[in-house]
Design a protein around this ligand. Sequence first.
Ligand SMILES: C[S@@+](CC[C@H](N)C(=O)[O-])C[C@H]1O[C@@H](n2cnc3c(N)ncnc32)[C@H](O)[C@@H]1O
Length: 208
Amino acid sequence: MPTQLEIIHAWDELADDWDDMAAGSAKGFFRLLQEHIPLQSDMIVLDFGCGTGLIADLLRHRVKHVVAVDVSPVMVEILEEKMQAQEWENVQVFHALLGDHDDEETQQILKEYEGQIDLIIASSVLGFVTPETVGTTMEVLGRLLKPGGSFCHTDPPQMEQRNHFTRQKAEIYYKKGGLEIVSTSVENLDLGQGQSCNVFLGIARKPF
Ligand SMILES: C[S@@+](CC[C@H](N)C(=O)[O-])C[C@H]1O[C@@H](n2cnc3c(N)ncnc32)[C@H](O)[C@@H]1O
């Protein structure tokens, strides 16, 4: 497993091309999300591992507020430029390593949003969280959710990549965040232009 710094560096390197690389999968994720979780105009949604904000851009028209969080400074910079140029009003971005309790931005997110998030999404992010920080990352995500709030993630399904997800593995992650499993499935993600791929879709909930 690469180190945290190597992972951040790898995402920085991809950031300039991310909008071209991932626009199709972001739309596919958004479609899948809406099929499984009804979005409401009064929701506060946290986009964990938001990248350049492709999904935040789709979400911001449908919910009250989007909190976008990413550890890659270049991804965040690109998102901030878009937000400024296009005057996004209901999106707040944090540059944070969410599982690191010493990270000042993580502390700030907790201070502002603990127990207030209706929905957390993570599109292809959990599989990149290092084993050392999975526990604290899930703990922070669990603290941010409202009781009854939902967590929805996609990751590679079994056998397709090294960091694949199974129901068993997802359940271990959810428990670390104090979440209960709602459903897991392998879904076909429409990437546009006639292309698609399989993804593991996991949904969990914070108990009341
Ligand atoms: C595959 S990209 C997905 C980006 C976005 N969710 C999308 O679908 O377009 C993974 C993103 O997760 C971010 N990431 C990985 N681990 C993270 C962590 N512990 N805290 C915050 N962001 C993280 C990376 O910097 C990267 O931008």
